[in-house]
Design a protein around this ligand. Structure first.
Ligand code: SF4
Length: 250
């Protein structure tokens, strides 16, 4: 398996200044809403949150999860929790030992030093292993604060804010979500996962709640897993077929 140069897309410059959201084309904003309305009844919005972790633990969980099946990253997270009483102990542990503990994930040799480096940076920049202060920031500023740390990209920053107990209105985009959005024409064929975060978020109402954005991510991800497969999308039973330019109908 090829080893990537990095685990996530390039991040923004080292600054806590939030980049402005791109203005969406009105027709794409309408389409994004139509997709949401069509998929919500299928997957049952509001969708229960699958995690209730503190933000630092969610950060570790998210770093483990890149290009890895949920079951494998979940096992690795539990193994870290069982081996180390707290995240400070993990920072001080031999990297080879951390790598062995997370051996079930993809690229443990990259993720072990990456997790230790990211947690060290959090400790230095936040004055401790506590990210609860992000709750008092605007989402864009909180994301910029996180993404200023090498190793944290848009997907990880959004996951920390959305999936953790912070429950902030951020939109994560995983590979399934990204593929479905691309086939629907919400993003262009050359837009990578990282840059797609700002584009897809800007298509949705600015005042949407954390639950609304979480639902949007979940329904697009679930649709990618269950219907709009990587190979052979099941367009014949897709509720989006009428508005999808990629629909392959017999
Ligand atoms: S119509 Fe086909 S390609 Fe389009 S979203 Fe549905 S399953 Fe995917």
């Amino acid at each position: 398996m090829a080893v990537p140069h990095r685990l996530e897309a390039p991040r923004r410059p080292r600054s806590a200044k939030a980049a402005p959201e791109p203005a969406p084309a009105p027709d794409l904003a309408e389409k994004a809403l139509a997709v949401h309305r069509l998929l919500c009844p299928v997957y049952g919005c509001p969708i229960p949150y699958f995690h209730a972790l503190d933000p630092v633990s969610e950060l570790v969980s998210s770093l483990l999860s890149h290009r890895t099946r949920n079951a494998d990253s979940g096992r690795a997270f539990k193994a870290l929790r069982a081996r180390y009483p707290d995240w400070a102990t993990l920072i001080a542990a031999p990297t080879a030992e951390v790598e062995a503990t997370i051996a079930g994930v993809t690229w443990p040799e990259l993720k072990a030093p990456r997790i230790q480096a990211v947690l060290t940076a959090v400790m230095e920049r936040a004055g401790g292993l506590d990210l609860g202060f992000l709750a008092g920031m605007e989402v864009a500023a909180a994301r910029a604060w996180l993404e200023a740390i090498p190793g944290i990209g848009p997907k990880t920053s959004a996951a920390v804010l959305s999936f953790s107990v912070l429950r902030m209105p951020a939109l994560p985009v995983d590979s399934h979500h990204h593929r479905v959005a691309q086939r629907l024409g919400l993003i262009g064929p050359r837009v990578d996962v990282g840059p797609s975060h700002a584009i897809l978020r800007a298509q949705l109402p600015a005042d949407w709640s954390a639950q609304d954005l979480y639902d949007n991510h979940e329904i697009l991800m679930l649709h990618g897993q269950r219907v709009c497969h990587h190979r052979n999308p099941a367009c014949g039973r897709c509720v989006l077929a009428e508005i999808c330019p990629s629909a392959r109908l017999a």
